[in-house]
Design a protein around this ligand. Structure first.
Ligand SMILES: [Zn+2]
Length: 126
């Protein structure tokens, strides 16, 4: 079964949200058809009164908050997505630390090379 999703305003939780979109005329349908949506959203609830908002996806049937996991556009439960993002962040941090350590090591080797080169000048060169 395909998950059914609803978008809710992060400010008030309303599903009465809208998003900017681009449409093209479809001669078969005889109407404008949405071909793309943009990030700009607003909420028409009484509380938000048309103000710009952010939206978050929820499962219509279970009410569970959803998110996209790393490397996918398919929504999964937020708790699972958060765990995958945390693991991804840990991986990035470890990779960054390894790069820094490698660079530090290369700089240290460079210093040793200079020191050795200076200590072993060919005879008569100074
Ligand atoms: Zn709202």
């Amino acid at each position: 079964m395909t998950r059914r999703i609803e978008m809710r305003c992060t400010g008030c939780g309303s599903t009465d949200v809208r998003r900017d979109a681009s449409a093209e005329w479809d001669p078969e349908v005889q109407d404008w058809v949405v071909v793309d949506t943009y990030d700009q959203s607003w909420c028409n609830s009484d509380k938000c009164d048309g103000a710009d908002c952010f939206t978050e996806p929820f499962d219509i049937d279970t009410g569970e908050e959803l998110r996209e996991p790393p490397g996918s556009f398919e929504y999964i439960p937020k708790v699972e997505a958060d765990a995958l993002w945390a693991a991804e962040r840990e991986k990035w941090v470890a990779e960054c630390a390894a790069r820094k350590e490698r660079k530090k090591h290369e700089q240290h080797i460079g210093k040793i090379e200079k020191t050795l080169a200076a200590a072993h000048l060919p005879c008569g060169s100074n």
